[in-house]
Design a binder for this molecule. Structure first.
Ligand SMILES: [Zn+2]
Length: 221
């Protein structure tokens, strides 16, 4: 991840809908993206994707995408090819993309094209944890509510992109003018995520919120 404090105005913001939460077994059913230039949306990309498998009922309940809707849609190989050409070398932005969306994109880029996706990226989830430490939830919905951004149409990829774009614009202002509680947040020197106070066998310590991906700890002094 690139330095989260850099205030980008040119980037591609993207979001996926999937058949479920597993970056091993689940498949993509929708890809949407916004090209942002000078802070303004200049181009949209959006396609349903035929996942080659039944979309579980629980997934359809969240995103409203059904087997019938994707039966004539391009497969992931085609959709991903178009997406990769849309993003070019842009910095990618999205919510929880580090753990979730990028996992699917990287997996399928290797699977279909033997290609690594090496674009820099900014994940607005750790950004929110870092700059809004008092929020009980850092979901996109909670952030939209916090910033009074309309959440209409949420859970379809393109609508989520537009919500995320507005949330990112608001987060940039937090970065420029951090609140008192944000100033007191401790960040991990290895990965930049926030540190959380935890209780261990030998008392309290600070642990990186990216655990188990990052195992940095420090003692509580
Ligand atoms: Zn860390």
């Amino acid at each position: 991840m690139i330095n989260m404090d850099s205030l980008l105005t040119d980037y591609v913001l993207f979001d996926l809908e999937t058949t479920g939460l597993s970056t091993e077994n689940d498949q993509v059913v929708e890809i949407s993206a916004l090209k942002v230039t000078g802070g303004e949306v200049t181009e949209e990309f959006s396609t349903l994707v035929n996942p080659g498998m039944h979309i579980p009922y629980q997934a359809s309940c969240i995103n409203g995408i059904t087997d019938d809707m994707v039966k004539d849609a391009p497969d992931m190989e085609q959709a991903l090819k178009d997406f990769i050409s849309f993003i070019g070398n842009s910095v990618l932005i999205g919510h929880n993309i580090k753990r979730f969306d990028l996992g699917f994109i990287r997996r399928d880029a290797v699977r279909f094209f033997g290609k690594q996706i090496k674009n820099d990226y900014i994940d607005t989830l750790p950004l929110s944890r870092r700059y809004l430490p008092d929020m009980p939830s850092h979901s996109l919905g909670a952030l939209a509510e916090h910033y009074d951004v309309s959440y209409e149409g949420a859970h379809r990829a393109l609508a989520d992109c537009h919500i995320n774009k507005q949330v990112y614009d608001c987060l940039k202002q937090e970065i420029e003018n951090p609140s008192d509680s944000a100033k007191q947040v401790k960040t991990c020197p290895l990965c930049g995520n926030v540190m959380k106070k935890r209780n261990g066998k030998y008392g309290e310590f600070w642990g990186c919120a990216s655990f188990p991906d990052c195992r940095f700890t420090s003692d509580c002094r």
